[in-house]
Design a protein around this ligand. Structure first.
Ligand code: GDP
Ligand code: ZN
Length: 458
């Protein structure tokens, strides 16, 4: 049943202290009205806020002082009647309120069900729905801004434009199929087709590179800190944590990520991973060997390899270099306050093109340079560029890659002077794939799966 009335606790982003019970559906107002004392909610104007008390209908006790917002369809998030009850009490009392609301006829919303309704009722498209999910999970302000822009429909707009271009391309092809006798039309169309397809291809390629950066902002750079015992790995971890300002946490009462695992480096979330116990491993290579540690380390986006300036390079250090060969890593030469024993020339040789940063963590020196190196590695320094607004997720990235492949096939077919209706198949496929990003051509099962990933109350 899609239009029964659903309810859940839903806390606004950035306002952890206030909890909201949200209802959506035909009976949202009448159910709230049964508990509310202060006014007759059935007669109030839409989009108005009312102060009052929520009464326990069995005992007549006051459960909560509340502010109730009444919003009538269709100008609501779900396009259904929506009531939001702002509570000041703790989680326990909000839970009790929710129980009463369920008792009076609402059904507990499934995770993501509010957003799913918004999507099904045509209020938002799929990429916007995913942005809601991103917002809930956003780990830093920058990641949140990007999600907000996507919610705004920026990605949707771009994808729609590209699809429009492809439709026009396909239309040209249709003309050719319908009037094959005009030879010069075919010749001209071939040229134009190629040009248009290439244009879309280049744009998709650009979106894809943005999408990858967006993914990093959303999910964080999976980072492993490795080095011999005593080189300063824990000190490095602490330095990150100390510099970290408030990180947006998940909403109380919903699934919680382990917050200490995220640190904020110039707006980029670093996720200090513990792949096979690698985070802060003294002797990973020693323990499991170069090959296996390589395998485990491959799961990180970034490895911080810490060395001791005050000691000579050891074979253990050299093995670490072998384990990270070909991966993305930054060498940190720590303890530069000590007398130099480390052969920096050898370190440079081993590191090749990778960056080397010197630190004296004990004196708080070097973190700035390190943070800059990290930002530079992933964003070539221009994190603020407005282009980054097309945040994306794994699903978008896969679809964009498939779109590129389809366009590539189309261009190959054109180059090989294949019959034009064969070219059309590939172009149409690209059009369909782009449609999946905004939910135009996705199957129901995918939609169910996507929305079930949401937190409760959204
Ligand atoms: P880990 O074993 O790699 O995690 O190393 P720790 O972070 O626990 O540091 C080992 C020791 O080195 C501690 O006593 C730290 O205070 C010290 N240490 C960390 N950084 C520096 C530094 O820059 N200079 C000096 N002299 N000592 C440091
Ligand atoms: Zn340690």
């Amino acid at each position: 049943m899609e239009n029964d009335t659903i309810a859940a606790i839903s806390t606004p982003i950035g306002e952890g202290a206030i909890a909201i019970v949200r209802l959506s559906g035909e009976e949202a107002v009448s159910i709230s009205n049964k508990l509310f004392s202060g006014k007759d909610l059935a007669t109030v104007d839409s989009h108005t806020i009312h102060y009052g008390k929520m009464i326990n209908t069995e005992t007549n006790e006051v459960m909560e002082e509340v502010m109730v917002t009444v919003m009538r369809a269709p100008k609501t998030f779900t396009r259904e009647d929506v009531v939001e009850i702002n509570c000041h009490g703790g989680l326990a009392s909000v839970n009790r309120l929710l129980e009463h609301i369920l008792y009076h006829g609402a059904r507990l919303a499934e995770p993501g069900e509010f957003t799913k309704r918004a999507f099904l009722n045509g209020r938002i498209d799929l990429s916007q729905a995913e942005a809601v999910m991103d917002l809930i999970r956003a780990k830093t302000d920058k990641a949140m801004n990007i999600a907000l822009k996507q919610l705004d429909g920026k990605l949707s707009k771009l994808v729609q434009d590209l699809r429009q271009q492809l439709i026009e391309t396909v239309a040209h092809v249709e003309v050719n199929i319908d009037y094959p006798e005009y030879d010069d039309v075919e010749e001209m169309s071939h040229q134009m087709l190629k040009k248009q397809t290439r244009e879309v291809y280049v744009e998709v390629e650009r979106l894809l590179s943005m999408a990858k950066q967006g993914k990093i902002l959303r999910e964080g750079i999976a980072t492993a800190i490795i080095g011999r015992p005593n080189v300063g790995k824990s000190s490095l971890l602490n330095a990150f944590v100390q510099e970290t300002k408030a990180i947006v946490t998940d909403i109380p009462g919903t699934t919680r990520d382990v917050i200490e695992e995220y640190v904020n480096v110039r707006g980029i979330p670093l996720r200090l991973v513990d792949t096979a116990g690698i985070r802060e491993t003294e002797d990973i290579v020693e323990r499991i060997g170069v090959e296996r540690s390589r395998q485990a380390l491959k799961e990180s986006d970034l490895i911080l390899l810490v060395l001791n300036y005050g000691e000579e390079l050891s074979d253990e250090d050299r093995n670490l270099f072998k384990a990270v060969e070909g991966l993305e890593y930054i060498v940190i030469v720590n303890k530069t306050d000590l007398e130099q024993k480390l052969d920096l020339e050898e370190v440079k040789q081993l590191a090749g093109d990778q960056k080397i940063i010197t630190t004296a963590l004990i004196e708080d020196k070097g973190m700035d340079a390190l943070e800059e190196a990290i930002a530079d590695t992933f964003f070539a320094g221009d994190l603020d560029s407005g282009d980054l607004s097309y945040v994306s997720n794994v699903r978008h990235i896969q679809l964009l890659q498939q779109t590129m492949q389809a366009l590539d096939d189309a261009m190959d077919a054109m180059d090989a002077e294949m019959p034009i209706d064969l070219v059309q198949i590939d172009v149409t496929r690209a059009w369909e794939l782009l449609g999946e990003i905004i939910g135009d051509t996705v199957q129901d099962s995918l939609i169910d799966q996507l929305f079930s990933q949401f937190c409760l109350g959204k």
